[in-house]
Design a protein around this ligand. Sequence first.
Ligand code: GTP
Ligand code: SPV
Ligand code: MN
Length: 591
Amino acid sequence: MTKDSLGKGSTSNKAVLSWVAEMENLCRPSRVYWCNGSRAEAQALTGQAIEKGMLIKLNQKKLPGCYYHRSHPNDVARVEQSTFICTKDQEEAGPTNNWMAPREMYQKLRTLSEGAMRGRTMYVVPYLMGPPGSSLAKVGIELTDSVYVVLSMGIMTRMGTIAFEQLGNDDDFNRGLHCMLDINPERRYIAHFPQDNAIISVGSNYGGNVLLGKKCLALRIGSYLGRQEGWFAEHMLILKVESPAGEKTYVAAAFPSVCGKTNFAMMIPPPYFQGWKITTIGDDIAWMKPGPDGRLYAINPEAGYFGVVPGTNSRSNPNAMEMIARDTIYTNVALTPDLDVWWEGKDGPPPEECQDWKGNRWTPESEEKAAHPNSRFCVPMAHNPVLAPEANDPQGVPISAIIFGGRRTDTVPLVFQAFNWVHGVYLGATMGSEMTAAAVGGAGQVRRDPMAMLPFCGYHMGDYFRHWINMHRLIKHPPRIFHTNWFRKNGKGEFLWPCFGENMRVLKWIIDRCHGRIDADESPLGWVPNPKSFDLGGMANFTPEKFAKAQAVNNEEWRREVILQEELFMRLYSHLPKELIFQRELLVARL
Ligand code: GTP
Ligand code: SPV
Ligand code: MN
């Protein structure tokens, strides 16, 4: 036993105690600290993080409760090439995941973790994903030697004693081990063992690589369990639209990383939509399961937002600006001389001088960006001024519409609707998107990112499509499925659609379609807005001609698109549902 074991006693769960002891034996920390999730604990740990130089206290007059963190310059995003799904058979992980046999990976990581916490503290971080008491909620325990991870998990999840309360004496919890090691990309592995409900992450201290509740448990392990148990774990925001008459409609939307989920989930409708209100249930992840009334119910498993900072300002996302003004951990933004934060796209002029995300002197003349393009805020969802109370509802919310949307400079129109469920699955399955700074490498290139889940699906992507098709039978009143693209540009590189709050117009069309209030026109891609029933009212410079450009379907471009889609289908062929091949044929016939 360790000489110095703090905070223990909040659980007598034997499976927990013996697993923690086993990991302690492996990693050899000089002490073990069991987190309880209290405010006092967070304050004490923040103090320690400042002492160790892990956090810098920001200007408390301007930003009360806010802290600043810089990650290692080689560790600024998710690393897909170091992310592994370790199922028994490679076939099960499929061609879109890196794979290693569990035994081999366990051995490799045990060797790397052996004694890795010597002289350090091992924090035991129990956490709950989902509202307490929800049938969808899951418990995880992350063992980590990073106090930054502890503080971030304290924001992102329902962390502490509450998780042990939900777990009781059960041994059904996710076992997560995180060792920072020497933050070396050569020794960086994010390994998932879906059959053991276990995760081991070593060699990183950044975001989705190490906040194990988020992408690792809620999406990769979650999707694997969801397929076995008949539910969905998706990379989706969840929002509520309230009409002036009080009608409530819930919408889930899958956009790839850095493609607009947080912004869409917190949007403020333009003045023209007076009386309409958007509130947020979730900004990144949805767990969805058919309910007893035959509708699909969604919960947000998280309790905080780990959101993209650059581009956030009082025009694009005023709610976020208010939200991140207190109790926020900023990672990899720029630091001003008066200990304020700055980033590209913030309101007002750039500072005359500041430190960039690497700590180097930066001026507006500098060539490099002051904030890393994947710099992030980490903030409790409770601080979102438009948080929907349903975010804490264990039942979740009934979803009326599912939106898939990529980042595409060309080809893909602003909005269209699937003809039916299988066609909707096809739209999600074939979604293409330009890569962003959220993952290392390839930014700007178009790749297939099915359902925005390419980096997050914990099993064979073809089987995942099959799961989507099969689920239809379990949902008596399935959501309608739509496709959007906010990012289409003209030849001059200007966006064809004004975006952000104006996206309300697209959302309004979507919910009117869901409630069967308006008709639509048929196009080769799906149902498209009839110009008469798409509301452009109150838009100063946006003419119906401009709308037609944003909606244009160019058959030549689409024939090329079908060939790009084919590349993914070829890779998945042995597991690809026939229905999707037929959908492709039908699309080709319509073009
Ligand atoms: P992850 O947290 O990586 O999963 O990203 P996300 O999908 O939540 O993306 P987010 O809402 O943070 O937006 C990412 C970037 O896209 C930000 O820089 C936004 O300013 C920008 N963005 C979001 N919505 C829109 C939009 O409607 N139009 C345009 N042009 N840019 C947008
Ligand atoms: C994403 O990349 O989709 C994120 C950020 O939401 S991270 O937690 O780093 O995965
Ligand atoms: Mn995300």
